[in-house]
Design a protein around this ligand. Structure first.
Ligand SMILES: [Zn+2]
Length: 281
C-alpha cells in the first residue's frame, strides 16, 4: 500500500492572509496567481457578532442574531469588493449532492429561499459567487481554465467518506465537459490530522475507503485520527486530477483560534467562516 506522504510531497501548500477594512482573508497562494478567478476563506476578524460568535460569524443557522450575520455579509463584501447580490450559499447536509447554479440563483440561502440540500455547487456564470460554510469542515475549490467553470464544496468527515470532492470534479465534467487533467484544485483551512480525533470505527472506514497507508491512525481508548485533507486529495486524484494541479492552504481551524471558529474546539457554540469562489468577468 502506498504511503500518502509520498503523494503529499507533490502537492503545493501555501497561504497568505490579506487585510482589508479591518478584516482578514485567507487565500491559497497557487489560486491567487490565477487572474480568471477570485477566491478566499473568511476569518472571524472584523464582524459585529458578540461572544461566542465573535465576530465575523457567517452562519444563519447558529444562535447568533440574524441581523448580525446579515451585517457581517455586508461588511465582508464591502471589504473585499464582492457584489453582495451575487452570492449563492450552499445548503449543506454532510452529503455529496452537487448542483449547477447560474445567475437566476443569486441570493439563494441569504436573501431568498435556500437551495435544495447540497454540499457542492458548480457554475460557469461570472455573475455568481459560490459560497460554502465552514467551522472545521474543509473547503474544496475547483477551476477548469479550459471551459471557464468552477466548483466549490463543503466537506466534513461524512461528505468526505461519500467522496463529495470527487463528485464535484465529476459534476464539472458532466455539465461543462471538463477534462480532469486540466482542472486545478485547492483545499482551504480545515481541522488538521493531528487535531481531528474520531471514533475508532470511523478511522477504520477511512482506511477502507481510501487505500493509502497513513490516512488514519489509531489512538488510545478506542479513538483514532483521520486525515480529511488527504482523503479529499486522494479522491481528486481518483477523479483524474494531477498532483501538480493541486494545492492546500495548510491552515488548521482548531489551532488558529485567532483566525477561525472551530466547532470542535469551541464545543459547538461558535460561528462559521465562508469559502467563496467566482469567475472574474
Ligand atoms: Zn490542527
Amino acid at each position: 500500500m502506498q504511503n500518502f506522504d509520498s503523494v503529499r510531497e507533490k502537492i503545493h501548500s501555501g497561504n497568505s492572509i490579506i487585510e482589508s477594512g479591518g478584516l482578514r482573508l485567507a487565500v491559497d497562494d497557487r489560486l491567487s496567481e490565477i487572474s480568471a478567478i477570485r477566491h478566499g476563506f473568511s476569518t472571524r476578524v472584523g464582524g459585529v457578532s458578540p461572544v461566542p460568535f465573535d465576530s465575523l460569524n457567517m452562519s444563519l443557522t447558529r444562535d447568533d442574531n440574524k441581523a448580525n450575520v446579515f451585517r457581517n455579509y455586508r461588511i465582508f463584501c464591502d471589504a473585499f469588493g464582492l457584489d453582495h447580490g451575487s452570492l449563492v450559499l450552499v445548503n449543506h447536509e454532510h452529503g455529496a449532492n452537487v448542483v449547477r447554479v447560474d445567475r437566476s440563483f443569486c441570493g439563494r440561502g441569504l436573501t431568498s429561499e435556500p437551495l435544495p440540500f447540497c454540499d457542492g455547487m458548480v457554475t460557469d456564470d461570472p455573475a455568481v459567487t459560490l459560497v460554502t460554510l465552514h467551522a472545521d469542515c474543509s473547503c474544496v475549490y475547483l477551476y477548469d481554465p479550459e471551459h471557464g467553470a468552477i466548483g466549490l464544496a463543503h466537506a466534513g468527515w461524512k461528505g468526505t467518506l461519500k467522496r463529495v470532492a470527487q463528485r464535484l470534479a465529476e459534476k464539472l465534467t458532466a455539465e461543462y465537459g471538463s477534462n480532469p487533467r486540466r482542472i486545478i484544485g485547492a483545499i482551504g483551512p480545515r481541522i488538521c490530522f493531528d487535531c481531528f480525533e474520531v471514533g475508532e470505527e470511523i478511522g477504520e472506514e477511512f482506511a477502507r475507503e481510501f487505500d493509502f497507508d497513513g490516512i488514519a491512525k489509531p489512538r488510545k481508548c478506542g479513538k483514532a485520527y483521520a486525515d480529511i485533507e488527504a482523503a479529499l486529495l486522494i479522491q481528486l486524484l481518483d477523479a483524474g486530477l494531477l498532483p501538480g494541479n493541486l494545492s492546500t492552504m495548510g491552515l488548521c481551524t482548531f489551532e488558529r483560534s485567532d483566525l477561525f471558529f472551530s466547532y470542535r474546539r469551541d464545543r459547538t457554540q461558535t460561528g462559521a467562516m465562508i469559502g467563496f469562489l467566482k469567475l472574474n468577468n
